[in-house]
Design a protein around this ligand. Structure first.
Ligand SMILES: Nc1ncnc2c1ncn2[C@@H]1O[C@H](COP(=O)(O)O)[C@@H](OP(=O)(O)O)[C@H]1O
Ligand SMILES: [Mg+2]
Length: 357
């Protein structure tokens, strides 16, 4: 199977980074960092980026990485850097064989900083480039709500492999979304899911934890978008943050489509995962600021996972997202993810609302 090793490395690297983010969250929950302190997300973000890039570079040394973070600020904050290093050096999967596949531990704090800076690829439509968002949905992470560890392999501009680790989503694909999903308590029993897709091979979900060589085949399920035929019954997913996606436009579109259910708000690419598994039906992200350009690491994995689960993902003009133009989606505005059979109808409503403004 094509991209088998890439998929395995991506899944294990995301699972290992998710362990780190959960450890950071527990420290916060214990009160060792204050409630207003943003450092937990910084610690989790940099630590997860270091762990994931180390795994990529060990297995595919000449691949490039477009990572959200870079270490220059960290080099000036010695205390923060050593806090991150103390976590990173001890993070392990519970299966030594899988850990070994990701390479030996990072050797020093200095090496960790250098690895974080390897996420500086300019992107583009040539060669093998990984898009990495170590903690997507930073606001959700801080709240104890939804966040995702996101990794995708882009080859010559096309997404081939996508993996999303969502520590606070239910394991069960059939568990309905609730309106307060974004505020869901962290780390409850039955939470933590890993979504994956390889181009042309479909999409899957599996429990995020207890992954390893010996349990590799357990719990892997194919996922599909919902079989909705009457779009007025749709469950719509949208951002929690009003600055990231227009709530007003979404409400007008819902009205046009006859949707009466309140939208489910959650941070991060957990929205793409929720649509891919059919727990939600639609994901709409309509621009608030005209000048904002979406980043490839916020969409690459989710875009492939939804498409491989039978969905369509376009911008508000109806074009596919173009991941081959650099670190950002320069040619796209907004995102519409929906089951293939209703996408055209939703797109039409989106365009009517936007054109009437
Ligand atoms: N004005 C804006 N419009 C759209 N997206 C924005 C934005 N400002 C920031 N973002 C992106 O929105 C992402 C979160 O999306 P969501 O609202 O779906 O949770 C952020 O990722 P991070 O949380 O990784 O920084 C950030 O990259
Ligand atoms: Mg992000």
């Amino acid at each position: 199977m094509a991209y088998e090793k890439e998929l395995q490395v991506a899944q294990l690297a995301v699972a290992r980074a998710a362990i780190l983010t959960k450890a950071v969250f527990h420290e916060k929950a214990k009160g060792t960092v204050s409630k207003d302190d943003k450092s937990p997300v910084t610690i989790g973000d940099f630590g997860a980026q270091a762990l994931i890039i180390a795994a990529i570079k060990h297995n595919f040394p000449s691949d490039e990485v477009v990572g959200e973070e870079e270490a220059s600020s960290l080099r000036e904050q010695k205390d923060l850097s050593s806090t991150i290093w103390n976590l990173v050096k001890d993070v392990k999967l519970d299966d030594p064989e899988s850990d070994a596949l990701l390479g030996g531990p990072i050797r020093s704090e200095a090496e960790m900083l250098d690895i974080i800076d390897m996420g500086n690829s300019a992107g583009g439509n040539k060669g093998r480039i990984w898009a990495l968002d170590p903690i997507d949905g930073t606001k959700g992470f801080l709240r104890g709500g939804q966040y995702a560890v996101c990794l995708a392999l882009i080859v010559d501009g096309d997404v081939k492999v996508g993996v999303l680790g969502c520590p606070n989503l239910p394991i069960d694909d059939r568990e309905p979304l609730t309106e307060d999903m974004g505020a869901a308590a962290s780390d409850a029993e039955g939470k933590g899911v890993l979504f994956s897709a390889v181009l042309g091979q479909g999409a899957t979900s599996q429990p995020l934890t207890r992954r390893g060589a010996s349990t590799d085949s357990t719990g892997v399920r194919p996922i599909h978008v919902s079989k909705i035929s009457d779009v007025s019954e749709a469950v719509m997913c949208e951002s929690v943050e009003p600055g990231h996606s227009s709530k007003g436009d979404n409400a007008l579109i819902a009205e046009k489509l006859g949707i009466t259910r309140k939208p489910v708000q959650m941070d991060s690419q957990a929205k793409y995962g929720s649509v891919a598994r059919g727990a939600g039906d639609l994901y709409l992200r309509l621009p608030v600021r005209k000048d904002y350009i979406e980043k490839i690491w916020d969409h690459a994995a989710g875009d492939l996972i939804v498409r491989e689960a039978g969905g369509q993902v376009t911008d508000v003009a109806g074009n596919r997202l173009n991941f081959g133009l650099g670190r950002t989606l320069t040619e796209n505005k907004g995102v519409i993810a929906a089951p293939a059979n209703v996408h055209a109808q939703v797109l039409k409503a989106v365009q009517e609302v936007l054109n009437s403004k």
